[in-house]
Design a protein. Structure first.
Lengths: 102, 370
């Protein structure tokens, strides 16, 4: 489970890319620009400024929802440092539902 | 004066709304709304201008509550859904029950893990009902096959009855401030102690305003042949209370199985109740021959109602909230199956016909005359 905890780092500008079902929670936008050092910081920024969108991505305990994958460019953060994954200018963070269900 | 029958149908793939004139000759179907997302409870709120509420239990993006103010032509999410406080440690896994609260805008919502939430603004904001959600027993309840769910909420004046699987029946007599386990006579087949203080797998509870103090329960039966610790527990599955749920006794005698999920009271006859006995191992109709069973004397005897249902090779499962009755003078029953069939039983269940035969698996059926 990916735990969202506070971190402090440098602050590159990155792009959050949102799948269709999430755009309704941020005025229809497909992308958001954030200046944040890590995935965790991006989530914290969303919690602060886009709380409705944030609730779709993280549960009440601050965990990234179980069936949601977070990619930095083409890498799933589960394969890296989780929400501690460090971001650099130009990175694209994508939230995608896992392939599951029937 | 009601002139339409409206059905809210919660399925594995969204919510549908069916509508017919009150003669019920032809139903039109709208939906799915929240397509592809499981919907467990629905609630048709007839206090004032009718509204339909439904959960949307999104495995990817979390739980939502949806509201329709145009009788199911469209649904919108309410401004928020029930949620535990960050420091609570629990996270919302599912929404299982939506019911009317004590005032016009008040809603009650039972969730998984078993907890109760209240909204005072038609579902736009929610607060936890601490008396049951943080009850001393609440961290000792265990999930059943469907999860640790609070699935039944019944208001009776200042009393509030809750059904929890597996937690049992809890009763508040002070409007929901405090609760006590009220499970005397309710058996548990899956525990060495056949009659524990709490922890029973209650499936559904029903009552009628015209029978004060009486409640009916479909409990997790099917333990007549148990030979382990505590011995056999025949007939623990269908129960009745005549003292506001303080104590319960079996009314399962005469049924082909005391296992089942829904239990429904006739809208005008408080002694008339309906159950759907299922084989406990397969949770499907005994012998592959579907039937609803009706008692007209509060469970003292039962009659099989099967006219119109297939006579063989039909292994229906009807879940706890998938049967309801309308309130017309001669009411019809409605039931949905996990194989996606919606059935209507005219004349109080005497004559059954299939209204829709290829819906997604049906979790919930609610009906109202509007």
């Amino acid at each position: 489970m990916l735990r969202c905890e506070r971190s402090v780092d440098t602050a590159p500008t990155i792009t959050i890319h949102l799948p269709g079902p999430l755009r309704a929670y941020c005025a229809g936008k497909a992308q958001l620009q954030l200046t944040v050092p890590t995935v965790l910081a991006a989530l914290e920024e969303l919690e602060k400024n886009q709380p409705t969108l944030y609730c779709n991505i993280c549960d009440e305990a601050g965990q990234v929802r179980r069936h949601l994958n977070v990619f930095v460019n083409s890498d799933n953060i589960r394969d890296g440092n989780g929400v501690g994954t460090v971001l650099k200018t130009g990175d694209v963070v994508t939230f995608l539902p896992a392939v599951s269900g029937g | 004066m009601a002139d339409r029958i409206v059905l809210a149908i919660g399925t594995k793939k969204g919510v549908f709304v069916a509508e017919a004139a009150k003669k019920r000759r032809a139903f039109t179907l709208r939906g799915p709304f929240s397509p592809g997302i499981p919907v467990y409870p629905t609630f048709i709120d007839t206090r004032g201008t009718p509204s339909i509420y439904a959960s949307s239990c999104n495995p990817f993006f979390g739980m939502k509550v949806m509201r329709s103010t145009d009788m199911g032509k469209s649904f919108k999410e309410t401004k928020s859904a029930p949620a535990f406080a960050k420091e609570d440690g629990r996270t919302l896994a599912n929404i299982w029950a939506l019911e009317a609260g004590s005032s016009k805008k008040e809603l009650l919502c039972g969730v998984e893990p078993a907890s109760l939430f209240r909204s005072r603004d038609n579902g736009d904001s929610w607060e936890m009902v601490e008396g049951i959600s943080n009850h001393d027993h609440s961290r000792k309840w265990n999930p059943g096959n469907g999860g640790l769910c609070m699935h039944t909420i019944i208001r009776d004046g200042n009393r509030l009855h809750l059904g929890i699987s597996t937690g049992g029946h809890y009763l508040s007599e002070d409007g929901g401030e405090t609760f006590k386990a009220a499970n005397k006579g309710i058996g548990a087949g899956f525990a060495p102690d056949p009659y524990p203080e709490f922890g029973q797998c209650v499936h559904k509870i029903a009552r009628h305003d015209a029978a004060p103090g009486r409640l009916y329960m479909q409990n997790h039966g099917g333990w007549a042949e148990w030979t382990g610790p505590g011995g056999p527990r025949p007939d623990i599955g269908v129960l009745r209370s005549d003292d506001h749920g303080q104590s319960w006794r079996s009314i399962a005698k005469g049924l082909p199985s005391d296992f089942g999920f829904p239990i429904v009271v006739h809208p005008h006859k408080p002694d008339t109740i309906y159950v759907v006995p299922l084989e406990p191992m397969t949770r499907s109709c005994p012998g592959g021959a579907p039937a609803v069973w009706r008692s007209e004397n509060a469970g003292e005897s039962w009659k099989r109602l099967s006219k119109g249902f297939p006579k063989k090779q039909s292994y229906f499962t009807i879940l706890r909230d998938a049967m309801d009755a309308d309130e017309l003078k001669t009411p019809a029953l409605y039931l949905g199956t996990t194989t996606g069939q919606l059935w209507m039983g005219r004349e109080g269940g005497e004559k059954w016909e299939c209204l829709f035969d290829s819906l997604p698996p049906i979790h919930n059926v609610k009906v109202a005359a509007v």
